[in-house]
Design a protein around this ligand. Structure first.
Ligand code: PAP
Length: 329
């Protein structure tokens, strides 16, 4: 295993992993990674060693409660945005009279709504989460088949956000190149595109990830809500209301009249969040700079980086892999 340098973001480090993970890694197929040197195929998806360590720990230890709410995404599908929206939505009564004190103004959405594998179970210590008041709000990139069993059994709610694969791919390519160490340098777009189309991307194959949760949303519509980034951009107000209904905390008549929904939409918009000091110059506990989560937040930005042919290649793979799944691209 490559020795880590002290200056590296924790995310990139490959030391400090459990014996279970260390023993498992050599038996897993591996490929070149986008951010870390390698990605390993575990339970059908591709993951970096340090994150596999976190996933094994939460599979073994996380105890879901019926009142939990999970935000689930493939990386770069709008996780930061959905975290901000759900945090605002669920805490709206608490801060309605004191917006200047709202935690989103001074804390990253990633610190307010922690990832299981990337934050809570990232280190060696198993966190005690039992004292957190309900509803507990968590996030994960883990595909449905690999969620901790208690999440599947508990009856808790899952909100999945899907983003069109071409924009997700371009966003991931930018993010990966930002996080790669100076010594390894950036990865050419074409090389990443080859890997993405072969399914070898963090938490990929992208199509399996989306299809897994889409199927569950059809099977259990009261438990799994499947949303699209592009639809949310087009009609954020309707989606905030839909989320509130799904989570069992619908807006009261008065809230609908007094601009509460609009306040949430504005506070969580790309323009508002990306202007905040914490999101411009802060760092997460895992070492990433908060500004790397706010690039453009636009629909169709892929066209500025990929040729039409490259775009068609992703379309073809998606059509082929998702054929018959009922998931509209
Ligand atoms: P993660 O999955 O690693 O947590 P995630 O938040 O999904 O990251 O990805 C960041 C993307 O969401 C960026 O997209 P881009 O590269 O195409 O620009 C980022 O700009 C976008 N994003 C962040 N905040 C918002 C927001 N409030 N509204 C819309 N898009 C946003």
């Amino acid at each position: 295993m490559a020795p880590s340098q002290p200056s590296q973001a924790k995310y990139l480090r490959e030391d400090d992993i459990s014996r279970k993970c260390r023993d498992l890694l050599p038996s897993l197929p591996h490929e070149k990674g986008w951010i870390t040197p390698s990605l390993h195929q575990y339970q059908g998806f591709w993951v970096a060693p340090k994150l596999l360590n976190g996933i094994l720990a939460c599979q073994d230890n996380f105890q879901a409660q019926k009142t939990d709410i999970f935000i689930i995404t493939a990386p770069k599908s709008g996780t930061t945005w959905l975290k901000a929206i759900l945090f605002c939505l669920l805490n709206r009564a608490k801060y309605s009279g004191s917006m200047q004190q709202h935690p989103l103004l001074t804390q990253s959405p990633h610190d307010l709504v922690p990832f299981l594998e990337l934050k809570l179970y990232f280190g060696q210590e198993i966190p005690n989460l039992t004292s957190l008041p309900p509803p507990r709000l968590f996030a994960t990139h883990v595909p449905y088949q690999s969620l901790p069993q208690s999440v599947k059994d508990s009856g808790c709610k899952l909100v999945y956000l899907y983003r069109n694969p071409k924009d997700t791919f371009v966003s991931l390519w930018h993010f990966a190149n930002k996080l790669r160490s100076k010594e390894t340098g950036g990865m050419p777009l074409g090389e990443c595109l080859d890997a993405f189309c072969q399914g070898v991307s963090p938490f990929g194959p992208f199509w399996d990830h989306a299809q897994g949760y889409h199927n569950m949303s059809l099977e259990m519509p009261d438990r799994v809500l499947f949303l699209r980034y592009e639809d949310m951009k087009e009609g954020p107000h309707g989606h905030v209301k839909r989320l509130a209904d799904f989570l069992g905390c619908p807006f009261a008549e008065e809230e609908l009249r007094d601009g509460t929904v609009d306040g949430i939409v504005r506070m969580c918009s790309f323009d508002s969040l990306s202007m905040l000091e914490v999101n411009k110059s802060g760092k997460l506990s895992t070492g990433q700079e908060t500004k790397s989560y706010f690039r453009k937040g636009e629909v169709g930005d892929w066209m500025n980086y990929m040729s039409v042919e490259m775009g068609e290649r992703i379309d073809r793979v998606m059509q082929e892999k998702m054929h018959g799944s009922g998931l509209k691209l």
